[in-house]
Design a protein around this ligand. Structure first.
Ligand code: C2O
Ligand code: CU
Ligand code: CU
Length: 481
């Protein structure tokens, strides 16, 4: 049996844990004028909840203005959650009652959405759950889903892209009884590493200045600097053995393909919302905004060497080092992977009793218009009414000459077809998902069933997770009845 070994890290001890990295002087680090690169990887703190007298685990977080050191020369104005950029990682266990309390210390309203969390609509943190300035809003629910890597981020109507860009995002790790017994690397910050990958554009004074033009809204707002946990090409000292990386594409509109610098194979063990049934060996993984992948890199034969995790942003074709991994002599606890990871329900499309179609459309003429079924998001309109437990096919068609994706709140779905073909669905996309990538002029079919939480007056969202598109209107609402 492998002992779970989560270390409660404060931001300070995390910094201590990862110091001591060195870079050989002959290695060229990416030159981004004045940007700090090659520092020890920042591991977001694992937030320690306090159990109240009712056994509810209370997580307290404050959303604040801050400044973050991307440049030695400048302080970049940011937003953070108990940090100068991003926020702590929340570890939630299936079956436990939680109250995640977000205090808004910004000078503007925001919201905080649990992306991938299966919860009641009122607890979703979508555009209807505004957190007023100075107020605290609590997402209270019982954790009711399988092990996966989720995340939290703002979702205010028209402001999501801006607030995420400023730095508001954090990871949520969900565990269940089966997942903890699998013998996967699970020592947080040691062999189980959260990586939030984003791209940013800085102005001449090292500031974000997020203010997209109409063209940037249409094309998606991307920068030329890739950051991982808020750092440019950070360095991580790993033990030899298996290293688990929880990859989150936390960008507004970047399409990231991850690979290892020597092109070696690695195993993907989880997608958005669950473990895969078995590890899938691949040499690269593509993540559109909001998607996650847990991958296992085998460092058993790499003692004393360095291995770079590369990221290619495919729309602008920009390749950067997402993370440099220095492999130490020490051997990690886990050196082999189990063959079976999870048993998932069979995705049986013949059981579907209803099909809904969603057409993603848009035009840049006379200002950007981005719609689903010819409608822009309207907070007052619930576009779809979905009966509880009904198995449905949602067919999503991208009519545009540019990529989009599609995210559905509070549930997971199974991807069953790409462009009419079941065999075009890759093994890595056969777990439970909550975001599906849809290349230009393609279509997908997903199988969905809403299993809990009816509420005729509180909607959930579905939308393109390219955040400029979402904010511009490519979003709709559904209620579960
Ligand atoms: Cu990641 Cu509607 O959100
Ligand atoms: Cu979501
Ligand atoms: Cu889009």
């Amino acid at each position: 049996m492998h002992r779970r070994n989560f270390i409660q890290l404060s931001a300070i001890s995390a910094a201590v844990l990862v110091t001591g990295c060195t870079t050989k002087s002959d290695e060229a680090l990416p030159v981004e004028t004045g940007l700090i690169s090659g520092s020890a990887l920042f591991i977001p703190a694992l937030l320690d909840p306090v159990a109240d007298t009712n056994g509810v685990k209370q997580f307290n977080l404050s959303i604040k203005e801050s400044t973050h050191k991307f440049y030695s020369e400048y302080d970049t104005k940011t937003y953070g959650i108990d940090a100068s950029y991003l926020g702590p990682t929340l570890l939630l266990r299936q079956g436990e009652k939680v109250s995640i309390n977000y205090k808004n210390e910004l000078l503007e309203t925001t919201t905080m959405h649990g992306h991938g969390m299966h919860l009641p609509a009122k607890m979703d943190g979508g555009p209807h759950q505004l957190i007023e300035v100075g107020a605290t809003w609590s997402a209270q629910y019982t954790v009711n889903q399988n092990a996966c890597t989720n995340w939290y981020h703002p979702h205010e109507m028209g402001k999501t892209a801006d607030h995420v860009y400023m730095g508001l995002a954090g990871m949520i790790i969900v565990e269940d009884n089966e997942s903890t017994g699998l013998g996967l690397p699970s020592s947080y910050g040691v062999d189980d590493i959260p990586l939030v990958i984003q791209d940013r554009l800085f102005d001449a004074l090292g500031q974000f200045n997020y203010n997209p033009s109409n063209q940037q809204i249409m094309r998606g707002y991307r920068g030329d600097t890739i950051i991982t946990n808020g750092q440019v090409s950070p360095i991580f000292d790993a033990k030899s053995g298996l290293l688990r990386l929880r990859l989150l594409n936390g960008s507004n509109a970047g399409l990231y393909r991850f690979s290892l610098a020597d092109n070696r194979a690695f195993n993907q063990i989880a997608g958005d919302n669950s473990l895969l049934e078995k590890p899938v060996s691949i040499t690269s993984v593509l993540l559109s905004p909001g998607e996650r992948a847990e991958i296992i890199v085998d460092l058993s034969n790499d003692i004393g060497t360095k291995l770079d995790l590369m990221v290619n942003e495919e729309i602008d074709n920009l390749t950067k080092i997402a993370l440099s991994i220095n492999v130490q002599a020490e051997i990690a606890d886990i050196v082999t992977l189990p063959n079976t990871l999870a048993i998932l329900d069979i995705a049986d499309a013949t059981q579907a009793v209803n099909t809904r179609s969603f057409t993603l459309e848009g035009s840049g003429m006379g200002g950007p218009t981005l719609t689903i079924n010819n409608k822009e998001m309207d907070m007052a309109i619930y576009n779809e009414t979905v009966p509880l437990n009904q198995i449905e096919i949602w067919e999503i068609t991208n009519t545009m000459n540019m990529p989009h994706n599609f995210h559905i709140h509070a549930t997971h779905f199974r991807l069953i077809e790409r462009n009419g073909s079941t065999s075009a669905v890759s093994e890595t996309e056969k777990g439970y998902k909550d975001v599906v990538f849809i290349p230009a002029n393609e279509k997908v079919k997903v199988l969905i069933q809403m299993l809990d939480y009816t509420d005729a007056t509180s909607p959930y969202m579905y939308h393109c997770h390219f955040l400029e598109h979402e904010d511009a209107g490519m979003m709709g609402q559904f209620i579960v009845v």
